[in-house]
Write a protein of this length. Structure first.
Lengths: 144, 509
């Protein structure tokens, strides 16, 4: 059975546990593993003229930084262990984007760490995990 | 020395040198020194001809004629594209692959925070006190027609923008005047270059005038107003207020401390909503007076009893304040909108339609209605001038509002200054080259004018500010006239795609 899994990561420790879990699952079901990082961004924000003129440049820098510092090391490590892995970086609303990427790539299970980088924020606004669990069209696994 | 260190050191020197003059009458001194120059410049730009006993400046006719001609040339694009513009802002045609880039909403919000400023609050008060309620009608009309000018210049701004190798985007009249006209031939290329230089010079002036001094002046006036008026402690300390504001602006534009700008850009929309809500509240609390107010507006627009200059005078005040407030035809908005991510320039033109709509037809009209309904435009009750008048008008309904208005005014002024410091910087570096020295020189000058503006009297400040802003319209619109067929081509192609359903709607409403 060829299926695909996706693990959504940010920079926290929880991601490490999620990655380990995802790796084991990928080995078991011989699935392709997508490692996705979403840079938090909204189309409806307010900025200065200068920021807008530099936005394209910043976006490229952010993507490059995410690839080299966050996704890159993880993908390399997993590849070394023989996993069929692909790294993805996007801007957007984290939960929505992860879901969209999952749907686009035929992912059958989205794996996340339970707690992101901000404890207070997730208490007030709900965490990415809770959003995805409510709205996803495919199974979501939250790794504590 | 690192960049922020240079900035802070220069600021400290600036402040130290000013405090050397810290004695009574500093405001008076600055005012006396600058008035003759301000008056001379204003006189030149507003050279006028007489119609029915009223002096009409050529430049105003120039602006309105362009707005009318563009409206007809594009067959009332301000109505036709209204719905689609809204869809674009809302993100209905948003391409997920472009996530992280500047969206239509962001470009519009940014441009609006630059244009919604003291013109909407103080400028309207000036119009209604000089021209009576009828000025409101002409102001709304000017806003409606101005949408077509904004459409034209913002489409061109995106089409001819410069995308530098490092990824930054630079757009605006200087670019479409040089590149756009060059496409028409060698003779036009020379004209384009000349117009671009003219525009840049006026833009620098505008960034010191309407985008800076006027904002500083009127926000100071409001702060004085709520802290005791003419007898208060702050009354003659405009230079002090100017220094504080200059420091804050300086921290953003020179110190690279984006945090302040980021905070204000979050608060400004909130304040705008508060202002509009309060205005609407006053209007609906007195809903029985709405028909009377509308009657006064229509009446005043066409009969102009008691207003010097008659109907023409009323029309003049209305058009003048609308043009100053929404900057349609001036060209500054084209700079703000040019960074949007799109490969169909005309889409940004549609989005830009909303700028004069929100700025003039919504916000300015609300201010005008509040002033009319509360009766504060009547000069016999001496309500004050400019922002004071608006404050009095709101105060008559909400006694605490002047404080809220003060916060709103200072924030609007601040965000307008930040935007215009960018426009002026682009113009300055266009003229003098882009390097550290030109960068710092302009920014220091900008901060200097913040202090000057806070110290001058309203009359001279307003004349100079108006003059510089309006002067920008001359090269800008001349270039736009020549480039109209270019915009038409973009529009026709896009409209055909839109109507035939080729464009992908990514969000189902």
């Amino acid at each position: 059975m060829s299926s695909a899994l996706m693990v959504g990561i940010d920079c926290s420790e929880c991601s490490d546990r999620a990655i380990e879990y995802a790796k084991e699952q990928a080995k078991i079901s011989n699935a392709k593993l997508f490692v996705a990082h979403v840079i938090e961004w909204s189309p409806f924000t307010f900025s200065t003229v200068q920021e807008n003129s530099e936005r394209h440049k910043r976006r490229e820098e952010e993507l490059e930084r995410a690839h080299s510092k966050i996704i890159g090391p993880v993908v390399d490590r997993l590849k070394a262990e023989g996993i069929d892995v692909e790294g993805l970086v996007r801007h957007g609303h984290v939960a929505d984007t992860l879901h969209r990427l999952a749907m686009e790539n035929g992912v059958t299970n989205i794996i996340l760490g339970r707690q992101g980088t901000s404890k207070l924020k997730s208490h007030v606004f709900g965490s990415v995990g809770s959003h995805l669990v409510q709205a996803s069209e495919c199974p979501v696994t939250v790794v504590p | 020395m690192s960049k922020p260190r240079v900035g802070i050191t220069t600021l400290i020197c600036l402040i130290a040198s000013f405090s050397a003059f810290a004695d009574m009458g500093i405001d008076e001194r600055i005012n006396l020194a600058t008035k003759p120059f301000a008056d001379a410049v204003a006189g030149a730009v507003f050279s006028s001809f007489a119609v029915a006993g009223v002096q009409i400046p050529f430049v105003l006719v120039w602006l309105i004629a362009a707005a009318i001609i563009f409206t007809f040339y594009f067959k009332f694009i301000n109505l036709r594209a209204f719905k689609h513009g809204f869809e674009l802002v809302r993100g209905d045609y948003y391409d997920p692959e472009s996530a992280g880039e500047v969206t239509h909403f962001q470009a519009l919000a940014t441009a609006l925070s630059g244009t919604v400023g003291l013109g909407n609050i103080a400028g309207v008060a000036v119009a209604v006190s000089l021209g009576g309620p009828g000025a409101t009608f002409w102001m709304i009309l000017a806003g409606f027609l101005g949408m077509s000018s904004k459409f034209t210049e913002c489409t061109l701004g995106v089409k001819y923008r410069d995308e530098l190798p490092d990824g930054t985007v630079s757009g605006g009249p200087m670019y479409y005047l040089t590149k756009g006209l060059a496409e028409k031939g060698a003779g036009f290329a020379k004209l384009g270059k000349l117009l671009a230089v003219m525009f840049a010079i006026f833009c620098v002036g505008g960034s010191f005038g309407g985008g800076n001094m006027f904002q500083a002046n009127q926000s100071f006036a409001q702060v004085v107003n709520v802290t005791g008026g003419d007898t208060g402690w702050l009354a003659d300390k405009g230079w002090l207020f100017g220094l504080i504001v200059a420091t804050l602006v300086g921290l953003v534009i020179m110190g690279g401390i984006k945090g302040i700008a980021r905070v204000t850009s979050k608060i400004v929309p909130f304040m705008a909503v508060t202002y509009v809500t309060a205005g609407l509240a006053i209007i609906f609390m007195n809903y029985s007076m709405i028909p009377e107010a509308i009657g006064a507006i229509i009446d005043g627009a066409f009969t102009a009893e008691g207003i010097s200059g008659g109907v023409i005078g009323v029309l003049f005040q209305g058009f003048k304040r609308a043009a100053f407030s929404n900057e349609a035809g001036i060209g500054s908005a084209a700079i703000a909108h040019s960074a949007v991510q799109t490969n169909r320039p005309v889409t940004e033109g549609f989005v830009a339609l909303y700028e004069p709509f929100v700025d003039t037809i919504v916000v300015c009209t609300i201010t005008a209605l509040v002033i009319i309904i509360t009766g504060t435009w009547d000069p016999s009750i001496d309500p004050g001038a400019g922002v004071q008048l608006t404050s009095t008008a709101f105060e008559s309904a909400f006694s605490w509002f002047p404080w809220v208005l003060t916060v709103a005014v200072v924030l609007f002024a601040f965000s307008t200054m930040i935007s215009w410091s960018y426009y002026g910087l682009k113009a300055w570096t266009f003229l003098f080259g882009e390097n550290r020295f030109t960068d710092i020189t302009y920014k220091l000058l900008f901060l200097f004018f913040v202090v000057v503006g806070s110290s001058m009297q309203l009359g001279s400040v307003i004349d100079f500010s108006d003059a510089m802003i309006f002067a920008m319209a001359f090269p800008n619109l001349l270039g736009c006239y020549f480039l109209l067929p270019v915009v038409k081509k973009e529009l026709d192609e896009y409209w055909a795609d839109y109507k035939s359903g080729k464009l992908v709607k990514t969000r189902v409403s």
